[in-house]
Design a protein around this ligand. Structure first.
Ligand code: GUN
Ligand code: ZN
Length: 430
C-alpha cells in the first residue's frame, strides 16, 4: 500500500494573504484530508470524501490537529547553532566575538557533521522541513550539511560562505578560491536529490570587489542557482558599507555593480532600504527575507513587512539562527507579529502561516514544490497540536473560531506544539 491519507484540520493557501483579502487566499477545512503517494501530495480536500474515494489506503487521523505544509526557513546559519543565545552584542561585535571563532571550527569535518545533524534534527523537531543555510568558508562544512540533509531526504538550500577581508585568518579565502570552491561545490550538489546550491557572499563588508565580481561571474554561469547574502541589517553596518564602497549609490549597489542582483537573489534582513533599492529589487523579482527574532535579539530594527509586501517584493520568513534566538518558526511568526505591532499592523494568523510556508517557498523560487498544501507538492508536512501546553490549552479552549484557536500556538508554541512531521511522505520518528 503506497498511498496514505492524513485527516485533520487542513490549512493551505491559494493566494497571497498579504496583498489581497486574506480570506480569499485561505483554504481551510476543519475535516480535511491530504492524500500522499511516492513522497508527494496527490490530492487535498474533504477528509470523508477522500476516504470514500480511496477506501483501501492507510489512514492517520490527527483529529483537531492542524495539518500544514512544513515550515520553510529561508535564511539561517547552521554553523551558529552552538552559539545561539549569546549575550550582549550587536551585529559587528557579535560576529567578531561569537560567530567567527565558532565558524573557524568547521574545517573539521567531524565537527561539521555533528553540528549539521544536530541542526537538522532540531529543525525537524520544530516543524521545519526546509532550511536555507549559510555554511562557512570551508568546503567540508558544505559537504557536511548537504550529506546530513540527504540522509533525512530534506529539501535544503546552502552554500559556502565566502569572505576575503575583514575576517580572521582562519576564515578568509580569496576571490579565486571562493570562485573555484563554490563552483566545485555547486557542480557537486546543485540539483542532486533535494539539494539546491546558493552562491553565498556573506555580505559586502567581508568581500573585496574582486571577490564579489568573481561570484557575480559564477552566478552568470549558473543562473539557476540562488544567490544569498545580507543587506541593510543594522545602521553601523550600513555606515561601514558606505566607507568601504564610496562609489556605491546604496548598499544594494555594492551587489548590483558586481552582478549579484538578480531574480534568484535572496537578501536577508533588508530593514533600512532606500527607495531605489526597493525599486531595483522589485524590477528584477529578487526576494527579501524577514528574520524577526534576529532583528530584535541583536538590536537591528523593525522590518517594514507591509510596505515591502505592498511594493510586491517576494518576502520569506526565517530564523537567522544563531543571530536569531529560536529554532522555531512558530516563535519566528510571533516575533514577526510583534514587530508588525510596533509598526502599527496586526498581522493575521493566516498571513503569518503563509509567510512561514508559501512566502518562504516563493522567495526561494520553489513555490508549488515546498511550503504548499496542494496536489503536486512534496509531502513535507507539519502537524500542529493546538493544545500543547496548559497555558495554550486554556486559551484555545475559549477560542471563538479556528484562527483564535491557532493564534495562541503561534504566539506561545514551541517544539511541543509539533505533533508530527512528514518529509517526502515519510513520517519522522520524534
Ligand atoms: N551579516 C553578516 N553575517 C551575518 C551573520 O552571520 N548573521 C547576521 N544576523 N547578520 C550577518
Ligand atoms: Zn544571516
Amino acid at each position: 500500500m503506497t498511498k496514505h491519507l492524513l485527516l485533520g484540520q487542513t490549512l493551505g493557501f491559494s493566494g497571497n494573504p498579504l496583498t489581497g483579502n486574506w480570506q480569499d487566499a485561505v483554504q481551510f477545512d476543519s475535516a480535511g484530508g491530504v492524500l500522499i503517494e511516492h513522497g508527494r501530495i496527490i490530492a487535498t480536500g474533504n477528509g470523508a470524501a477522500l476516504q470514500g474515494a480511496h477506501p483501501d489506503v492507510a489512514v492517520t487521523d490527527y483529529g483537531n490537529d492542524v495539518i500544514s505544509a512544513g515550515f520553510v526557513d529561508a535564511h539561517m546559519h547552521y554553523p551558529q547553532t552552538g552559539i545561539i543565545a549569546s549575550w550582549g552584542k550587536q551585529l559587528i561585535d557579535w560576529l567578531n566575538t561569537y560567530t567567527f571563532p565558532e565558524e573557524s571550527r568547521f574545517g573539521d569535518r567531524a565537527y561539521a557533521d555533528q553540528v549539521a545533524g544536530e541542526t537538522l534534527d532540531l529543525a525537524i523537531a520544530h516543524g521545519t522541513t526546509t532550511l536555507t543555510s549559510f555554511c562557512t568558508i570551508h568546503a567540508e562544512s558544505v559537504d557536511a550539511f548537504f550529506e546530513a540533509a540527504a540522509a533525512r531526504n530534506m529539501a535544503v538550500i546552502a552554500g559556502k560562505t565566502c569572505m576575503d577581508r575583514n575576517a580572521p585568518d582562519t576564515l578568509r579565502d580569496t576571490a579565486q578560491n571562493a570562485y573555484d570552491d563554490s563552483k566545485m561545490l555547486l557542480e557537486k550538489w546543485h540539483g542532486k536529490g533535494r539539494a539546491h546550491y546558493a552562491i553565498t557572499p556573506r555580505f559586502s563588508p567581508t568581500s573585496t570587489p574582486a571577490q564579489l565580481q568573481a561570484l557575480g561571474g559564477l552566478w552568470a554561469e549558473h543562473p539557476t542557482c540562488l544567490m544569498q547574502t545580507h543587506l541593510s541589517e543594522q545602521l553601523p553596518e550600513i555606515a561601514w558599507v558606505r566607507e568601504l564602497f564610496p562609489q556605491a549609490r546604496d548598499y544594494l549597489d555594492t551587489y548590483e555593480a558586481y552582478g549579484l542582483l538578480g531574480e534568484n537573489g535572496l537578501y536577508g534582513h533588508a530593514i533600512y532600504l532606500e527607495p531605489r533599492e526597493i525599486d531595483r529589487l522589485k524590477e528584477v523579482g529578487a526576494a527579501v527575507v524577514h528574520c524577526p527574532t534576529s532583528n530584535t535579539f541583536i538590536g537591528s530594527g523593525l522590518f517594514d513587512l507591509m510596505g515591502l509586501a505592498k511594493a510586491s517584493l517576494p518576502i520569506g520568513l526565517a530564523t537567522d539562527t544563531g543571530g536569531g534566538s529560536s529554532f522555531s518558526m512558530l516563535r519566528t511568526m510571533a516575533a514577526a507579529y510583534e514587530i508588525g505591532q510596533l509598526r502599527g499592523t496586526a498581522l493575521h494568523p493566516a498571513q503569518l502561516m503563509w509567510l512561514a510556508t508559501e512566502g518562504s517557498a516563493g522567495a526561494l523560487k520553489m513555490a508549488g514544490e515546498i511550503g504548499h498544501l496542494g496536489a503536486g507538492a512534496a509531502a513535507d508536512l507539519t502537524i500542529l497540536n493546538l493544545q500543547s501546553t496548559p497555558a495554550i490549552r486554556q486559551r484555545a479552549d475559549r477560542a471563538g473560531d479556528m484562527w483564535d484557536a491557532l493564534f495562541p500556538t503561534i504566539m506561545m508554541g514551541d517544539d511541543r506544539a509539533v505533533r508530527d512531521v512528514w518529509i517526502a511522505g515519510v513520517r519522522q520518528s520524534r
